[in-house]
Design a protein around this ligand. Sequence first.
Ligand code: ARG
Length: 252
Amino acid sequence: MKKAMLALTALALLATSAQARTWDEIKKSGTIKIATEGAFPPFNVLEGKKLTGFEVDLAEALAKELGLKVDWTTQPFDNLLIGLNQDRYDFVIASHGITPQRAKAVDFSNPHYCTGGAIVAKPSGPMMAADLAGKSVAVQVGTTYLENVRKVPGVGDIKTFPKDTDAQAALMSGRVDAWVGDKFTGIDLVKAQKGKVKQGALLFKESIAMAVKKGNSSLLKELNSALDKSQNNGTYAKISNGYFGEDIRCRN
Ligand code: ARG
């Protein structure tokens, strides 16, 4: 019994003391390992075997700028930062909003876009935060949408889904009164549903960034400089315009 416990402790120590690959190690290998979810259109989507989306194209452009090939991994959203801390990949790009809680577990790059969480409902449904009182709301689990919907005074039942697209489906099938999700995703949902649903108020704003393992400052520096370059040489604007018809970088 005691032995087994000791072995477990040793494993845990090994797992936490493993080193993330530094920039030099990544550069030498020639390939950077990136993780995303692949179920969050139009940011990261797995279509058959092909990953696409704004963040996928952007990450590919950054890797190209850094002279690296890309090895992609897809993981359920809720597992992404855990896998990062287990050194299963070098960084994560999956629309993570920078929050104080997440910043305790990982290090964030400069933001690669700015957005917010917005309400979508049937045209007769809740459109403002105050309208959510007593209403049921669908959100993806582990997200800032969940965190912020919980803060709405008097909000009714909050239903969580492993995938954001399933939370949207719950709205469309009438299982909930509203869905709260990314404002750009919401715009696409309204278009695709041809007026069956409508976008309401923005509940909160957030800055979205890539995550590296805590302390991996050499990689963070390279990612930030590649992002900077892409924003100065037109690459970023071109990718963003292709998906959104506008440049969604953060501006203050
Ligand atoms: N922006 C939200 C957050 O920070 C949602 C991100 C969801 N991303 C995804 N790939 N499903 O939590």
